[in-house]
Structure formats: structure tokens, C-alpha cells
Write a new protein. Structure first.
Length: 135
């Protein structure tokens, strides 16, 4: 998130004393938003993460697990369903390869997110909250 949202770049990480390959690893974990539903891209994207070893795989799995827990914020039912299906197709198997219990937990969270569905009032509540915070 520091790179994708915060605007921190690899040079800033190196200047701050982080290990030399950290920027490349963050880049490897950062999905191209324009291609986030492209199955061929996702196969390569997740394969490259998993090829780097369990540490990077765990980071990606935990990040996706966190996103699934907030999936109700995706208001469009088709986008919501697709997001969960892609997580089940590409990330759930990676989680299971890391640890069978973790994989089972991931599957339960994904199933719960699907069953709960989108929260149609989320956007309005978030906007009201933001407006209250700005006041």
C-alpha cells in the first residue's frame, strides 16, 4: 500500500535503509488494476508471487483475506461475485498450499463474503462518515 496508494517509490525505500530487493518484491505484489480480472494475467501474476516463496505468498494471501472481509463494500453484485470467484480460483489454492488449515479458513471467509453479498448502504454510510470527519 505504501507504493500503490502512498506514492513511496523504490528509491525512497532504498534511501530509508530497506533491503535492496524490497522495491522489486512490492512491485511483484502490486496488481495491475486494468488487468485484475484477466485470468491469463492473474495466472502469471500469482505464479510469480508463489515462485518467490512462502513469505511473499503469505503476504498476498493475507492481503486478499483482508479484502474479502471487506468485500461487502463492493456495491455492484456482478463485480462482488467476480472478485470473490477470482480470489477462490487464484488465491485460495495458494493459501491451501501454504497450510491446509489456512486454506480452509480462506475458503470459509470467501464463502461468507459471497453469502453476505454486497452492502448497498455502505457507500452512503462511508460518505456520511467522511463528511462528519471533515467537519
Amino acid at each position: 500500500n505504501a507504493v500503490e496508494i502512498g506514492g513511496v517509490d523504490e528509491a525512497a525505500l532504498a534511501a530509508a535503509g530497506f533491503r535492496a530487493d524490497l522495491g522489486a518484491e512490492i512491485r511483484r505484489l502490486t496488481i495491475e488494476r486494468a488487468r485484475e480480472t484477466d485470468r491469463a494475467y492473474l495466472a502469471v501474476f500469482y505464479g510469480a508471487i508463489e515462485a518467490r516463496g512462502p513469505a511473499l505468498s503469505l503476504i498476498r494471501c493475507v492481503d486478499k483475506l483482508d479484502n474479502l472481509m471487506g468485500a461487502a463494500a463492493i456495491a455492484d453484485p456482478a463485480v462482488h461475485a467476480s472478485y470473490i470467484a477470482l480470489a477462490e480460483e487464484f488465491v485460495a489454492p495458494m493459501a491451501a498450499r501454504l497450510d491446509s488449515a489456512f486454506g480452509a479458513y480462506f475458503a470459509v471467509v470467501a464463502a461468507h463474503a459471497r453469502a453476505a453479498g454486497p452492502d448497498p448502504g455502505f457507500a452512503a454510510r462511508a460518505a456520511a462518515y467522511a463528511k462528519g470527519q471533515a467537519a
